[in-house]
Write a protein of this length. Structure first.
Length: 316
């Protein structure tokens, strides 16, 4: 029997936490009773620098029932960093680690499926949503378009998989070797390799509290996904540059011919249009390059991705 840790990043989840804890306590007890996981298994809540009572709630849960444990980050670092902090800490105590969100949108009964795949020897099992009916039409459309763009950019990603997955300690240790600071875990985990599989489940709606991913964060996360995993945008700009250069040579020949034929009245339209077109293009190119230079800047600094303030497990 293996020790399983559930890692759950929580940011201002005081409304959701009691509901989530109750559901997970039942699930974990059932799994332990069925001898599917070892009794030492735990639910690890990672407090991502919440401003509300989230950490107090986690401490209370821990003092009432040792199935709950907690990790407190020194400040808010975002979902991906909080998740990574949880994975890297949990691997000290666990054989297998399941990551999920605090809002119970991911069906906790899919864990049985994860464990079955684990028994078949999988090191990584991806939870995949079978439908997105509970998401708004807008979120569904943008998400689907986004997966297609990522695929076109050559990023290997599991369709409709978010961060609900099971990883063995071995897989997490391999993930630790990825030194990058800009995290997009769902794109990085497939790079780890090993025998993996998927388990499908229905995604529910958030039961309490509100989404911590407003449109602005969603867009920046989407850009993060592309720029930290693919250099195709740079290649695209380079190809475009070559094309424009080629066109400009033809234009030059054309203008010279017209000039020597004596028709010297310069076309105002051509000038204005080319100034605007080139100006726009250059700005676009600089923007894309800047995006990557920003990445290099952050990577070279190699700042810590998270700082742990308290690990309740360690205090015992
Ligand atoms: N979260 C976090 N840090 C943040 C934002 C979110 O740890 O800065 C957690 C949040 O508590 C939740 C998970 O990340 O457990 C996913 O957030 P949410 O459910 O709000 O996102 P959505 O499902 O709407 O995309
Ligand atoms: Mg959610």
């Amino acid at each position: 029997m293996e020790v399983m840790y559930l890692v759950i990043p929580c940011y201002n989840e005081e409304e959701m936490l009691p509901i989530t804890a109750k559901a997970l306590e039942e699930k974990m007890s059932a799994l332990i009773a069925e001898k599917k996981i070892a009794p030492m298994s735990r639910v690890m809540f990672v407090d991502d620098g919440s401003a509300d009572k989230t950490w107090q709630l986690i401490q209370k849960l821990h003092s009432e029932n040792r199935i709950f444990t907690g990790l407190k980050l020194s400040r808010n670092k975002g979902h991906q960093n909080a998740l990574l902090a949880g994975l890297m800490t949990a691997k000290k105590y666990a054989d297998i680690i399941v990551s999920m969100d605090a809002d119970l949108q991911d069906d906790i009964n899919a864990i049985d499926g994860f464990l079955e795949k684990r028994a078949e020897g999988c090191e990584i099992v991806y939870g995949v949503r079978s439908s997105r009916e509970t998401d708004t039409g807008f979120k569904r459309m943008t998400a689907q378009g986004y997966y297609k763009i990522l695929a076109a950019m050559g990023v290997e990603i599991t369709y409709n998989h978010a961060d609900y997955r099971m990883m063995s300690r071995r897989a997490v240790e391999a993930l630790e070797e990825f030194r990058e600071v800009n995290l997009f875990l769902r794109g990085m985990v497939p790079m780890v390799g090993f025998k993996s599989d998927i388990v499908t489940y229905e995604r529910a709606a958030r039961q309490a509290g509100e989404s911590k991913y407003p449109l602005k964060k969603m867009i920046s996360f989407a850009v993060e996904g592309i720029t930290s995993l693919s250099i195709k945008p740079i290649r695209f700009i380079t190809a475009l540059g070559f094309m424009i250069f080629f066109v400009s040579i033809i234009m030059l020949i054309y203008f010279l011919t017209v000039h020597f034929m004596g028709k010297t009245v310069a076309g105002w339209t051509t000038t204005v249009v080319s100034v605007w077109a080139l100006g726009g293009l250059q700005l676009l190119a600089i923007g894309v390059i800047g995006e990557y230079i920003g990445k290099i800047y952050l990577e070279t600094k190699a700042r810590p991705k998270y700082i742990i303030e308290t690990d309740l497990e360690e205090e015992n």
